[in-house]
Design a protein around this ligand. Sequence first.
Ligand code: DHB
Ligand code: FE
Length: 282
Amino acid sequence: MATLIGGLGTSHIPAIGGAIHKGLQQDPYWKPFFDGFPPIRDWLGQKQPDVVVMFYNDHGLNFFLDKMPTFAIGAAPEYNNADEGWGIPTLPPFKGELDLSWHLIDQLIAKEFDVVTCQEMLVDHACTLPLKLFWPEGDCPVTVVPVCINTVQFPLPSAKRCYALGKAVGEAIQSWDSDKKVAVIASGGLSHQLDGERAGFINKAFDLQFIDSLESNPEWATRFSIHELVEKTGTQGVELLMWLAMRGALGAAGGAQLRRVSGNYHIPISNTATAVLALESV
Ligand code: DHB
Ligand code: FE
């Protein structure tokens, strides 16, 4: 059976793509963010995952307001990136992992998560940036199964539901008949709000408590309604749902079965409180 090696989380601000393109990793504005990655890359170098399951939210590139699935899974041989209008370079296609895609889809639908299946799927900065951040050199060495969670158009799935989705994804990965190594990634957050009267809103105290809870009490954030999460983290801060799904995939158990490899929190990049984290399944 496949091995689930652990979970990663990172923020996904489009400007990061511009900074990578311009080689600004050592620039004083960017350094505190990029410095979070080398320890995690070292760990990935040791663990050598073959496949990643990416929990992310599309921002209007593949799904627009006219058709907005709550949960959608890619089942494509490759995923194209395209211009989203942020002025960042588009990237070459990413390779899919068809067998795992369909295994996840079968298992999730059997567990009553009625996901949309996408045999063609454009992937935006939320899917491409984590891959570039964790594997900056050359071609991306992992294949990808994108799992898209709606955080754009209300109503959004609850924190409890996203955690349960993650748990079902983790169980499906571990029942996949393959000798491959799989990592789960959360792309999004933490607190930020791009628009409206609270544009620029950041909540450091909540973010730090949330990151701690992922290790010590992963169900902590599932007590909050979506509207409470928007109030506490901003309209786009609800992207922390991806982190709950990622943590759900690693299993219900707390610290004993997880090791924190490395983590970083930095405020702000653009409008966003950024976080990076790696948790190893032990
Ligand atoms: C920003 C953050 C996001 O999560 C996003 O999808 C787009 C922009 C920002 O802070 O600029
Ligand atoms: Fe976003």
